[in-house]
Ligand binder design. Structure first.
Ligand SMILES: Nc1nc2c(c(=O)[nH]1)N[C@H]1C(S)=C(S)[C@@H](COP(=O)(O)OP(=O)(O)OC[C@H]3O[C@@H](n4cnc5c(=O)[nH]c(N)nc54)[C@H](O)[C@@H]3O)O[C@H]1N2
Ligand SMILES: Nc1nc2c(c(=O)[nH]1)N[C@H]1C(S)=C(S)[C@@H](COP(=O)(O)OP(=O)(O)OC[C@H]3O[C@@H](n4cnc5c(=O)[nH]c(N)nc54)[C@H](O)[C@@H]3O)O[C@H]1N2
Ligand code: SF4
Ligand SMILES: [Mo]
Length: 893
């Protein structure tokens, strides 16, 4: 039977509505929901490929697993055994060492209901505030700044402002890749009204920046200087709104005194741009009928991320660019439910419904609503401090859910040590192939997108339903249920009647959460599952007496502070935490790629999503590379004071001299190392505790790894991946990628052949000697090659020692044509023009870079490319790149 279920995409904070098609218990397709107000039917490459991520249970966490001793492997256990153990171990630690000896590290990808139950378990039952989330790495600077400046968390803006803005300032946001469907809305608005101006502040020329009217490629970390300089110019030019400042704000004079020094020449010098650019940006912003700023990790992930946010909000307040259609500071949420997590107060510094731990009245209110005697007033530990406390032994037991800290935290060597030191580690994940799972004493298998139900809140404060389209695979259970069961067991141990966790379904949790919001700024007293069912997704606030949610906040100029006035903050400019020096001369930027999601536990299952970027790479400016004698594709070692890794080099015109960029996605599941966070720095913002994931100081040197290997195998790629992955770490460099959903490709390099390694690789790749296998060995030259056929078609190979002809053979393998002539000729397959795989630019139509380039040399424009090749006509995620390719000077051929 075929079913269609309305739900929400599980990736970014745009929160697109999806229609999930399922047949016989399997998800078979995903389409954009035409009725959802976030996307009106559109999806990006990631959303469109969601069904492909759900086609197999291989690699899923399907049953609880447990080990009694660290040196033993985990074994499958029953749910009651796993739940009893987790409850008992947590309760024992609390009994022996107090409630702050346990911690919860959860995620902005949990549903609001999941989050709520976790928060209640930690703060309501156990009595610790040690619950923090990956949102600390993501949104905490934005939250802190909103509260300091406007009095409450959450953006004042809504998606319709994207269409109404006349000046759009993108700051530290690569929206073309990270929030693609909203970017489509901006593109359309600009196409309809070319007078709309785009300013992009980003040290790199991203696809977003390439489309800007003004790109300010500032020196990393200098945003505060830029925004202060823009304000200086606005004051000088009389473009500030004195009336608004006088009536609705406080603190302007101190700020004005501070920015007096931030003259355009001074700012231009600090930021590495021209005076004219500073002034132009200020004028476009200040004189605009409606200026909207869209900002993300380039501001937040900084040791002064709160100041970066505040300095930008200062600009909005000074020019009254807030509380009107098309105007306002719009922080783009990263994860699908970072907002929901904030609403339920699921962080170390917050309480439910935007209340504060530090506020005794707030603690008392929540305690009363929950029916507990009191809440802890001891502040909980934010992410970086939490893992430090695990490292030092202060925290003995930690429960990690829906996040992969061994990949995503800064300085991961330290986090690995911390989890090794912990007495008890619980990992609750939907997938087994993550870098954190090996540290688990107990693995709790969770259901995930398509299988679970609840609600999420997107970037514009809009609450959408998430619905299950298929049954849970194996024994996986919904996150809220798992936590609820453990909580009930702890209550029983305490011989309390189970009153706190009487939830039977997600709706029960939602209803309790709603009660806690009543009378607060995010009041959803008027919202229920029934309303969401009948009227679709809704924005908060949505109080009981309101017929609908509120699109824009502060339209009356009354802010959420005690006196109703917004606050200016005198934001001093401070440099990044880790200075470059002759030993570590490069500034390392990190961020996202278009088609991958974080640690790739989901996107890394789909061949199509590797075709835009098959391998990770370090981007370096061409001149910097030439001075060091580096060429495209060279393997380089990136080292910081904390750790190192090897990546192939990519020459680029998009990064500036002295900076390099690496994607955050690859980790030990796909790489010989744990990924770029081997090198990043755990310095945090003093106000938000958000770490500076974007700005480590690094050294780049050649990686001397002469022994090379290329291997490829057709088959069940998820099973092959699981078999080959444990071998990666033995190499200086290794990377795995998937093509066409049935081909696994391994590239590796080392100083010399790792001992006994090839035998293990042959085994893992099922390249055993036999009839249909051909071998070639030359011990003197260190060559070892093996090719396997199926029905006279190459089905896999390993070329070790020198991988010179491997790409040619890989091309043959991709062709999948019957082998002509003598088989031993495979070992000397010649490299032919076009044998190296062409990058796929358009994911939907699989149109490659070379075909697009060829059409462009014949004069094709973007509309002609669309008409002739079809690229860019489905989801549109590649359109920024197509525009850019057309605008680039013709390549000399
Ligand atoms: N494809 C894809 N989309 C995603 C995600 C994903 O994994 N993949 N993740 C989601 C999540 S959780 C998040 S948080 C968002 C992140 O979305 P974004 O923040 O837009 O993405 P990033 O690439 O992390 O960083 C944005 C830009 O910040 C720039 N930057 C670095 N340093 C500075 C600086 O000092 N100042 C300024 N102004 N800019 C700087 C980088 O060059 C980069 O281009 O994306 C969401 N969407
Ligand atoms: N260097 C660098 N590091 C960064 C960043 C950066 O820009 N640069 N960005 C930071 C930011 S903004 C973020 S948000 C973090 C993201 O970092 P993480 O939170 O570590 O990212 P994910 O890989 O999305 O982790 C989600 C985990 O949840 C699992 N999962 C999926 N669905 C479910 C479910 O329904 N239930 C459960 N229990 N598990 C599920 C997935 O398999 C995966 O293991 O990374 C941060 N780290
Ligand atoms: S923009 Fe793409 S990743 Fe983000 S919610 Fe929409 S479909 Fe999902
Ligand atoms: Mo994020």
């Amino acid at each position: 039977m075929k079913t269609v279920t309305r739900s929400t995409c599980c990736y970014c904070g745009v929160g697109c509505g999806v229609l999930i098609e399922a047949q016989n218990g399997r998800i078979t397709g995903v389409q954009g929901d035409p009725d959802h107000p976030a996307n009106f039917g559109k999806l990006c490459t990631k959303g469109l490929s969601l069904a492909l991520t759900a086609h197999s249970d291989t690699g899923r966490a399907l049953a609880p697993e447990m080990r009694l001793r660290r040196d033993e492997p985990r074994e499958q256990v029953s749910w009651p055994a796993a739940l009893d153990t987790v409850a008992a171990r947590f309760a024992e630690v609390v009994e022996q060492h107090g409630p702050d000896a346990v911690a919860f590290y959860v995620s902005g990808q949990l549903l609001t209901e999941d989050y709520y139950v976790f928060n209640k378990l930690a703060k309501g039952l156990i009595g610790t505030n040690n619950i923090d989330t990956n949102s600390r790495l993501c949104m905490s600077s934005a939250v802190t700044a909103y509260k300091m400046a406007l009095g409450a968390d959450g953006p004042p803006t809504c998606y319709e402002d994207l269409e109404q803005a006349k000046t759009v300032l993108f700051a530290g946001s690569n929206m073309a890749w990270a929030h693609p469907v909203l970017f489509r809305r901006l593109e359309e608005a600009k196409a309809a009204d070319p007078s709309i101006r785009w300013i992009v502040v980003d040290p790199r020329r991203t696809d977003t920046a390439a489309m800007a009217d003004l790109h300010l490629p500032i020196q990393p970390g200098t945003d505060v200087a830029l925004f202060n300089g823009m304000l200086h110019h606005l004051i000088w030019e009389g473009l500030v709104d004195r009336d608004f400042i006088g009536r609705h704000t406080a603190g302007f004079d101190e700020l004005k005194a501070l920015v007096r020094d931030f003259t355009p020449p001074m700012v231009a010098g600090l930021c590495g741009i021209t005076e004219r650019e500073v002034m132009q940006a200020a004028e476009w912003f200040g004189a605009s009928d409606a200026a909207l700023s869209l900002y993300c990790m380039g501001l937040n992930q900084s040791s002064h991320g709160t100041d970066k946010n505040l300095a930008l909000i200062n600009l909005h307040l000074a020019t009254a660019q807030i509380g009107r259609p098309g105007a306002g500071p719009f922080s783009l949420t990263g994860q699908p439910n970072a907002m929901g997590g904030r609403e339920v107060g699921g962080m170390a510094t917050m309480l439910a419904a935007h209340r504060d731990i530090g506020n005794p009245a707030h603690r008392e209110e929540v305690a009363r609503l929950w029916g507990v005697s009191q809440l802890s007033d001891r502040p909980g530990l934010p992410a970086v401090d939490m893992f430090e406390a695990v490292h030092s032994g202060k925290i003995k037991a930690i429960w990690i859910a829906c996040t992969n800290p061994i990949h995503s935290m800064p300085d991961i060597a330290r986090v690995r040590e911390a989890l090794e030191n912990a007495e008890f580690v619980v990992v609750q994940d939907a997938f087994m192939q993550t870098d954190t799972v090996p540290f688990a004493d107990v693995v709790l298998p969770a259901t995930t997108w398509g299988e679970k139900s609840g609600t999420v809140t997107n970037s514009e404060r809009r609450i959408s339903r998430v619905r299950a389209a298929v049954a849970a695979p194996g024994e996986a259970k919904p996150d809220w249920w798992i936590v609820n069961e453990v909580a009930r067991r702890i209550e029983q141990r305490n011989q309390a009647a189970s009153t706190l966790f009487a939830f039977d379904k997600p709706e029960d949790v939602f209803n309790e959460h709603r009660k806690l919001t009543e009378g607060r700024d995010l009041d959803i007293g008027g919202l229920s599952y029934d309303t969401l069912e009948a009227a679709g997704p809704q924005q908060w606030p949505f109080p009981a007496q309101g017929a609908q949610g509120q699109a824009r906040r502060y339209t009356d100029g009354v802010f959420a502070t005690a006196d109703g006035r917004a606050r200016f903050h005198a934001t001093r400019y401070l440099p990044v935490a880790e200075a470059t020096n002759p030993r570590y001369p490069f500034r390392l930027l990190t961020g996202r790629l278009r088609d991958q999601w974080h640690g790739m536990s989901r996107t890394g299952r789909v061949g199509k999503l590797f075709s835009h970027a098959p391998e990770p790479a370090l981007s370096m400016q061409r001149g910097d590379a030439a001075r060091r004698g580096f060429s495209e594709g060279d393997l380089v070692r990136i080292a910081s004071r904390r750790g190192e890794l090897v990546l192939p080099l990519q020459l680029s015109d998009d990064v500036q001299s002295g900076t390099v960029f690496a994607p955050m996605h690859w980790n030990a599941q796909f790489l010989a190392s744990g990924g770029i966070n081997e090198t990043t720095v755990a310095a945090v913002d003093p106000l938000s505790s958000q770490p500076e994931l974007k700005h480590a100081a690094v050294r780049i040197e050649p990686a001397e790894l002469p022994w090379r290997l290329v291997a490829a195998r057709r088959g069940d790629v998820l099973a092959l991946h699981a078999a080959v992955q444990p071998l990666l770490r033995d190499c200086g460099y290794a990377s795995l990628s998937i093509e066409d959903d049935d081909l696994l490709v391994l590239r590796a390099a080392h100083t010399a052949a790792p001992e006994h390694w090839l035998a293990r690789l042959y085994e893992a790749m099922a390249l055993r000697t036999g009839e249909d296998t051909l071998e070639y060995r030359d011990a003197r030259r260190g060559l070892d090659k093996r090719v396997v056929w199926r029905d006279n078609v190459i089905d896999g190979f390993v070329f070790a020692g020198d991988a010179a002809n491997a790409d040619a053979l890989l091309a043959k393998l991709r062709e999948a044509a019957p082998w002509q002539g003598p088989r031993f000729a495979v070992f000397s397959t010649r490299q032919q023009a076009g044998a190296v795989r062409d990058r796929v630019v358009c994911n939907c139509t699989q149109i490659t870079e070379s075909r697009i380039q060829e059409a462009i040399t014949h004069g094709a424009t973007v509309p002609e490319l669309k008409a002739q090749l079809g690229c860019g006509t489905v989801c549109g995620s590649c359109v920024p790149e197509l525009k850019r390719m057309c605008a680039a000077p013709a390549l000399a051929i």
